[in-house]
Every structure is written in structure tokens, then in C-alpha cells.
Design a protein around this ligand. Structure first.
Ligand code: ADP
Ligand code: PHD
Length: 454
């Protein structure tokens, strides 16, 4: 049995949903289909999830939201009409949305989650109706009924493996199951969404729970490429990646697959295949436990922006027992995760995602570090900072690689502000100014890939 997830671009229009139906019907082992909300039909288009966020915001601001509501409903209406479905499905989607809007809220974030989740929920209902309409026996599956359990920490929603036993019963359901991505329910029945792009996570959880032979992730590119195709022209296609490599690349900017989506599949050793809905015969990229990495030390280069650095300097810091713990405790008190901690004998930098910082907590952190740790110098640099990351299982067996990478970045004119070789040696991270991100990435790509045949 395969679990096949279709992303926003794969279910953005009637034409795309017809392709999905053809893919599903071509392989009887594609039994569980996880779907996103309709995504972008063209580059300037808006995803339904973004329209829904605007709708939720308008409601919370006590504004008239009819225009926003109409925009969402008309996206489904157009799809349903073009697929030859009756008005009934559009009417039920509108009723569902009006019900969610009228339900009231004790907590704004729960309200926003409920509105956001309607994007996938209603699309799953529509797609199940279409499959049935064209003679493919299918049913919509509610994640609550199926047992997709999540924790109740709103800032970090994660699936609970306790739900897996119930989810495993999906194996016994006859016909095709259309499962909405992006959300689950806490033990007390509260709906919570994963982070943006989280339908990939749903697919992985369901695949792990039912012990799928394969988790297919259908998107709009033929494969994962060695660099972001929006930055590097015609990057090399990757045939095979390990879970670790994909996790590092997804974390560092390969938005094609959610970095949190690997863990459920990894724990059950379920292979993952990234494939193209618009070209399903292309082999795609396989994500597996092990691969032969002897001929290529670096498999991909990713980059991401939106980082800040907290720099702390104190004479004889290396001799002060507990300094690092106390510093990280201050961040923990603020519920702020950290990404990297490059350090010297008298100083340490903590790299933080800027989205976790605001004026208030930034001021508090700097003050506490100065006062409580008696630091000589504390600087919180919140101007945009980027990470460029080289990833490959073969890197740890290759000498001179860091020097080659540093030279390539220097030749691009970018100034390296931080280097961090992960202890696993699967990744090598360079911190640079955001303005230099693209040029450094291109230069690294040229160094490590341009002379290699695919
Ligand atoms: N290294 C990469 N390889 C392939 N695609 C990438 C890479 N980095 C970024 N992308 C982008 O990821 C996009 C697919 O992800 P996403 O938009 O989330 O798809 P979906 O709508 O299917 O969930 C591609 O269109 C591509 O622009
Ligand atoms: N629709 C949600 C979840 C998701 O996974 O979407 P997509 O498959 O389009 O990345 C979002 O936009 O975040």
C-alpha cells in the first residue's frame, strides 16, 4: 500500500485534479491520498490557505469579510463546475466556512487554525466527490475520526504516536481514502494545524501509521534538485538522498519537502519518493536510509534567510562552568529555540530565527545576558542574515572540502561571518549577509556541480 500526498500546486485547479485522478487510478496500491488546499495556479496567484488567513484576520478585526469569503468559495466553485460536480458541494463548502466563522472563539489562534484547516478539509471532500463521480470508489476521511492525534502546544504542533494504532486501521477501509493534510486534533478534540507546508507532515504520519510500502509526495517539479531551481539555472536532479541529507536540506531552504515531515517515515524506514504530478513517468527523487555516496561528497546546497545573531563576549568564558547553560536558559525562558552556537574561548554566538524575536523580548534578552552573566559585550544583530549550507553524507570522508567552499564564497565577493561544521559532518554551514546569499549559492554550485556529469 502506498500513501500519496498531492501538494497545493497539484490540486490547484480542475485540470490538476484530473491529473491526480489519473495518477491514482493508474496504480491500485495508491490507496490513501493526502491532499493540500488549492495552491497557486500561476506564479502571481494566491494559495487558498493565504486567502483563508486574510479571511480569519478580517473576522478578528471585526471587518466585513464577505469579499474574502466569496474569494475562497469561488475558487472551489470554479473547480467543482469544471469537474462537472453539482452546486451541492460548493454550497456545503460555503456552509462549512460560515459555520466555522460563526462558531466564535475563546482563543484567536484556535480560530485561525480552524479557518486555515478548512482549506484542506473542504478540498478533500471535493476531491473524494469527484473521484466517486468518475467511478473511482472513494471516501473523505476526517482526521479526528481516523485518529490523527497532536499535542496541545500551539506553538509547536507535533503528531503523537499514540494515535498510530487507530490510524493503522485505515488499511482495512475499502476503496480510496482522501485524507486532508495540514491538521490534526488534540486528545480533547481541539483542531490544530501544523506549520505552513504541513500537509507533507500529515502524509508522512499516515504512511508511518499504516506501514506503507512507499510515501509518495507529488509536487510540481520532476525531482529534488541540487540547488533551488529559482536561484540556479537547470540545477542537477538528485536521484537518491538519505533521510539525514533531506532533513538538512529541507531545514536549510529546500522548500520542496517540509523538514518536519521526515521523522515519521524515517522511524519506520518508509522510503519517500518526490514526484511530479505534471510528469508522473519521471522517476523522481528517492529518500532512503543509505545510499552509495562514494562519487559525490556534496549532494545539495541550500540557503535560507531570516536569521539573527546573539553575540556574547566575556573574558575567560571558557573557564566559567555553566556559562553556556545559563545563556541558553535565558532563551528557554523566552521560549526561543536556537539554530547554531559557534563559539571561541571568550565568546559565543547564538543563531536564532528572527521570527522568534521582537522589540520586547530582544531588549529583555540583551539586558539579562549583560546583568546575569556579567558579559563584557552583548550584541543582538537582528538585521537579516543568511545561511548557506552544503549537505552530503560523503563530506566527512573528503579532505579540503571546507577550503574549496570557503574559496568559492570568497570569490563571489561575499564575506563569511560564521562557519559551522555540524558534528555529524553531514552539513557545512556558512553565515553571510542576506544580500550575498544568491551569489554565494551560485558560486558554490559552480564549484561543486558545474563540472560533474549527472
Ligand atoms: N532544491 C529544490 N528542488 C526542487 N524544488 C525546489 C528546491 N528548492 C525549492 N524548490 C521549490 O519547491 C517547489 C515545490 O514545493 P511546494 O511549492 O511546497 O509544492 P507543493 O505545492 O506541491 O506542496 C518547487 O516548485 C520549487 O520551486
Ligand atoms: N496549505 C497549507 C499546507 C500545505 O502543505 O500546503 P502545500 O502543499 O501547498 O505546501 C499551506 O499552504 O501551508
Amino acid at each position: 500500500m502506498k500513501v500519496s500526498k498531492f501538494g497545493g500546486t497539484s490540486v490547484a485547479s480542475a485540470e490538476q485534479i484530473r491529473k491526480v485522478a489519473a495518477i491514482v487510478s493508474s496504480d491500485p496500491s495508491r490507496k490513501i491520498i493526502v491532499v493540500s488546499a488549492p495552491g497557486k495556479r500561476f506564479s502571481e496567484d494566491e494559495k487558498v490557505t493565504d486567502l483563508l488567513i486574510r479571511l480569519a484576520d478580517a473576522t478578528l478585526n471585526n471587518e466585513d469579510y464577505e469579499a474574502e469569503l466569496k474569494e475562497v468559495v469561488s475558487r472551489y466553485e470554479q473547480i467543482a463546475t469544471e469537474l462537472g460536480l453539482s452546486d451541492e458541494i460548493t454550497q456545503s463548502i460555503e456552509n462549512d466556512l460560515r459555520g466555522r466563522l460563526a462558531a466564535g472563539y475563546s482563543d484567536q489562534s484556535l480560530f485561525i487554525d480552524s479557518i486555515k484547516a478548512s482549506g484542506e478539509d473542504n478540498n478533500a471532500k471535493l476531491i473524494a466527490a469527484y473521484f466517486t463521480h468518475i467511478g473511482m470508489p472513494a471516501q473523505y476521511m476526517c482526521p479526528k475520526k481516523a485518529g490523527l492525534l497532536v499535542n496541545d502546544r500551539p506553538e509547536r504542533v507535533r503528531a503523537l504516536t499514540e494515535g498510530y494504532n487507530k490510524l493503522a486501521q485505515l488499511r482495512e477501509v475499502p476503496g480510496i481514502i482522501v485524507f486532508p493534510g495540514f491538521f490534526g486534533f488534540t486528545k480533547d478534540g481541539t483542531l490544530r494545524t501544523f506549520n505552513r507546508g504541513g500537509s507533507d507532515i500529515t502524509g508522512s504520519i499516515v504512511a508511518a501509521a499504516v506501514d506503507a510500502e512507499l510515501y509518495e509526495n507529488f509536487t510540481d517539479v520532476d525531482s529534488v534538485f541540487a540547488a533551488n531551481p529559482n536561484i540556479v539555472d537547470n540545477p542537477m536532479a538528485i536521484k537518491e538522498l538519505t533521510y539525514r541529507e533531506m532533513r538538512e536540506l529541507a531545514y536549510a531552504g529546500f522548500s520542496v519537502f517540509h523538514d518536519e515531515a521526515l521523522m515519521p517515515a524515517f522511524l519506520k524506514s518508509i522510503p519517500v519518493c518526490i514526484k511530479n504530478t505534471n510528469n508522473p513517468s519521471a522517476p523522481g527523487t528517492f529518500i532512503v536510509k543509505d545510499r552509495d555516496h562514494s562519487n559525490r561528497p556534496v549532494i545539495g546546497i541550500a540557503s535560507d534567510s531570516g536569521f539573527s545573531t546573539l553575540f556574547v563576549d566575556k573574558y575567560l568564558m571558557n573557564q566559567e562552568i555553566g556559562f553556556g547553560r545559563k545563556l541558553l536558559q535565558i532563551l528557554e525562558d523566552e521560549e526561543i529555540p536556537f539554530e547554531h552556537t559557534p563559539s571561541g574561548i571568550d565568546n559565543i554566538s547564538v543563531i536564532i530565527r528572527s521570527k522568534f524575536l521582537n522589540e520586547e523580548n530582544s531588549e529583555r534578552i540583551v539586558r539579562r545576558v549583560k546583568e546575569e552573566l556579567e558579559a563584557d559585550e552583548v550584541r543582538l544583530r537582528t538585521t537579516d542574515y543568511s545561511m548557506v549550507v552544503l549537505v552530503g553524507e560523503g563530506m566527512r570522508f573528503t579532505t579540503g572540502l571546507a577550503a574549496r567552499a570557503a574559496t568559492a564564497i570568497a570569490e563571489s565577493g561575499a564575506n563569511i561571518q560564521m562557519i559551522n561544521q555540524g558534528s555529524s559532518e553531514v552539513s557545512l554551514v556558512f553565515g553571510i549577509d542576506k544580500k550575498d546569499e544568491k551569489i554565494a549559492l551560485k558560486s558554490l554550485y559552480k564549484e561543486f556541480f558545474s563540472l560533474i556529469m549527472i
